[in-house]
Design a binder for this molecule. Sequence first.
Ligand SMILES: [Zn+2]
Length: 184
Amino acid sequence: MNPSSKVVYITFDDGPIPECTPLVLDILSKYGIHATFFMVAENAQRYPELLQRVREEGHSIGNHTYHHLRGCKTTKQTYMQDIAVAKQVLQTSLFRPPHGRMTCSQKKALREAGYQIYLWDVLTHDYNPKYTPEKMLRIVQRFTRNGSIIVLHDSLKSKDRMLQALPQIIKWLQAEGYTFQTLK
Ligand SMILES: [Zn+2]
């Protein structure tokens, strides 16, 4: 994003789930910041109260497909249909492909359908048990620049490490003078 202003975008993929999302929201609220949640629509449909809470607290919502489909292993037609169903649930045109990948024809079809596609430039590896919260913080410290999009995971697999690292990451970014915006 814009490299001339000291802004970062924190994003959470794969939620919402009751074991994790409320805790993420409490942390964001404590530090007074907003983030973008790329939701798996199947989860959002199962937990509509979480979808509503994320929206009511001023965060942005993005589409991460209905079934967390891997684009490269899915036909364009199936991929587009799955995303269209997710859009009905999530009411957003922001999109992030699961696993950060899709085919060129899927990307083209999504752009033509009016989706804004966002990947990331700072990957914390929070889903990887070999990455401690301290190591995640060091990645953020090393790679964050103006306009960076940081990805974390609102999932059972990442939960413990991510929830420990998140306050440290926010505190460091705030101390460095970054402000936080949501993707639009
Ligand atoms: Zn994902």
